[in-house]
Design a protein around this ligand. Structure first.
Ligand code: ADP
Length: 363
């Protein structure tokens, strides 16, 4: 059978295990020899025990676990050609020519580069007598398929990334817990949530958690935000509300690009309204714990689709990223999605927030 390997790279997220499980089982079902690559690209560069054949039962009892059981890492070796030559050697000598990468835009960029260089990497290995002519010929094409695991929902081309829904559950659970204690003491709580440059988690959590105010990177506050915020909080209290909840995305900014931090907001509320105000920074709790049903199913569906894409690939098939479009798992050109995702980051850096939001939407 064909050699197929799966790895998780970059930041972890809930639901990655479901995706790994699905890749392994779909691969075996379709007659492939399937391998885990542990610790992301580092395991591919280092080889040895990091690359291990998987079987049907080696992925049982992982779907309910958060994170990734095969490990993830950032890998500087893979950023250099020398590292990628080693990685190619480790794949070729095991007969692996199909690779599923679960990670963020960085990991997918690396995968694409690796595929582009593949023929050259094999030539180098052949010249140095590391592989045979037969191996050079037999494994001359590398096929890759990507899936995005990220709690931030920050990737262009997919409605949801694997992990976002679980992170939302964590945030909503925390808001509900905070609300009950805030009610007792008539407090204002400021909650900082993750998302890097993407305000999705903050915005949706604010809606679902009945927050009074939300600060996100894509909608920088105007100069008179302090006045507006204080007026709103006062109004809510006057109308009988015993507490206030304010959500601050970790990347929130004002129109000059200065960070709006939880501490800054707290100071504003305390100085102007003298409310009893506390900060809760959710941090890595958001990335942990059991994946939601949605993320498990998403991982399953995307994993199966990724394997099918690889099995159907011909030498000139463009690498794809498996995405969710509506309620369908679809294949999109990997590099186009990566380019759009990078264009969003650039638009944010250029303070062109409307463009960023537009680029994030469906094409
Ligand atoms: P993410 O995949 O979550 O965006 P990173 O950007 O940290 O996370 O990328 C994860 C890993 O992917 C890096 O540590 C590196 O090994 C690999 N990688 C990222 N960008 C490249 C690149 N341009 N070329 C080669 N490898 C890359």
């Amino acid at each position: 059978g064909k050699g197929l390997a799966v790895l998780t790279s970059g930041g972890d997220s809930q639901g990655m295990n479901a995706a790994v499980r699905s890749v392994v089982r779909m691969g075996i079902y379709l007659g492939c020899k399937v391998y885990f690559i542990r610790e992301g690209y580092q395991g591919m560069v280092d080889g040895g025990d990091n690359i291990e054949e998987a079987n049907w039962s080696s992925v049982s009892s992982i779907i309910h676990r958060g994170g990734t059981v095969i490990g993830s890492a950032r890998c500087t070796d893979f950023m250099k050609r020398e590292g990628r030559v080693k990685a190619a050697y480790n794949l070729v000598t095991r007969g692996i020519t199909n690779l599923v990468v679960i990670g963020g835009d960085g990991s997918l960029t690396g995968a694409n580069l690796f595929r582009e260089e593949w023929a050259g990497l094999l030539d180098e290995l052949l010249e140095n007598n590391k592989i045979t002519k037969d191996q050079r010929e037999k494994y001359k094409f590398l096929h890759i398929a990507g899936m995005v695991g990220s709690i931030d929902n920050d990737f262009c081309g997919t409605d949801m990334t694997i992990g976002t829904d679980s992170a939302l559950h964590r945030i909503i659970g925390a808001i509900d817990a905070i609300v009950s204690t805030a009610y007792s003491h008539q407090r204002t709580f400021i909650m900082e949530v993750m998302g890097r440059q993407c305000g999705y988690l903050a915005l949706v959590a604010a809606l679902a958690g009945e927050a009074d105010q939300v600060f996100i990177p894509e909608d920088p506050v105007p100069n008179n935000w302090v006045e507006k915020l204080c007026k709103r909080l006062q109004q809510e209290r006057k109308s009988g509300q015993r507490l206030n909840i304010i959500i601050v995305a970790e990347g929130a900014i004002d129109r000059e690009g200065k960070p709006i931090t939880a501490e800054l907001v707290r100071k504003v509320v305390v100085d102007n309204l003298q409310q009893d105000t506390r900060i809760t920074v959710l941090g890595h709790v958001q990335r942990g714990g059991s994946p939601s049903a949605f993320d498990r199913i998403l991982g399953c569906r995307m994993g199966a689709e990724a394997v099918m894409a690889l099995m159907e690939a011909s030498p000139d098939t463009e690498p794809c990223v498996v995405s969710l479009d509506g309620n369908q798992a679809v294949r999109l050109p990997l590099m186009e999605c990566v380019r759009r995702t990078k264009a969003v980051a650039q638009a944010m850096a250029d303070k062109n927030w409307d463009l960023a939001v537009q680029l994030r939407g469906r094409s």
